[in-house]
Design a protein. Structure first.
Length: 240
């Protein structure tokens, strides 16, 4: 018997475009997750409100967190008006203002940072290397949450942070993957492993384009896949 369309499922809203590549990852991961849980003929009810990753990075560069909050809040409000019952961001950097967004959101927001912290603890690591945009690596919204979860956190040095940021902005946000960037990231992760890290968090949602467990010197925690599982759990009723 064919499953009744969207029976018991809540509508998900994604704030996408931050960047476009990771929005595609999220879309596919949520569909795959729903079908694993609810069956191959099940598809999520889903709306994407696409913003610009470059606007997000500009707000962060200017430390205009009030402006960033307003930019993201407007997108969440549009998702709610489109019928979304649960929403999320599709990038880690905007989580720098996640607490403000959650406080004002008309619908529940599911945090990628919280989901990743829980997964890192469950994975058994003690010291995690955190990669991401400059703001993810230098601000405390992600590192602090990891420490609060009982983990030690390592980040690249200042020169490496600048190099990673440039590669994210110039290449990965445009879907460009080069051997040089992959080799550079592998070298950075290898150095952090030598300094004591036992896991690496791919804390920019475009990093899975270039790093995974096959090439990384450390086991990778991919927030896109981790977060997608949390989103599926939030929108699919138990037993569906």
């Amino acid at each position: 018997m064919r499953r009744k369309e969207n029976d018991g499922m809540q509508k998900l809203g994604l704030v996408g475009g931050t960047g476009p590549e990771s929005t595609v990852f999220y879309y596919k991961a949520v569909i795959d997750g729903v079908q694993r849980v609810a069956g191959p003929q099940s598809l999520p009810m889903l709306t994407i409100e696409s913003l610009s990753v470059f606007d997000v990075l500009d707000y962060c560069a200017r430390r205009d967190f009030d402006g960033l909050t307003g930019y993201l809040t407007a997108a969440i409000d549009r998702l709610a008006r489109a019928g979304a019952q649960v929403a999320s961001l599709t990038a880690l950097t905007p989580h720098i203002v996640f607490d403000r967004l959650r406080a004002s959101s008309p619908i529940p927001l599911i945090s990628a940072v919280e989901a990743t912290c829980a997964a890192a603890v469950a994975d058994g690591g003690r010291t995690v290397a955190l990669l991401g945009t400059e703001y993810t690596m230098t601000e405390d919204f992600f590192s602090g949450a990891l420490r609060d979860a009982g983990l030690q956190v390592m980040v690249p040095d200042a020169g490496e942070i600048t190099w990673i940021q440039q590669r994210i902005v110039d290449e990965l946000e445009h879907g460009i993957v080069t051997d040089d960037t992959r080799a550079g990231l592998i070298a950075i992760v290898g150095r952090l492993r030598g300094a004591g890290a036992d896991r690496v968090i791919l804390g920019c949602t475009e990093l899975p384009l270039v790093l995974d467990d096959v090439v990384s010197p450390l086991p990778c925690l991919d927030p896109v896949q981790i977060h997608a599982r949390a989103l599926v759990a939030a929108i699919v009723a138990p037993g569906d």
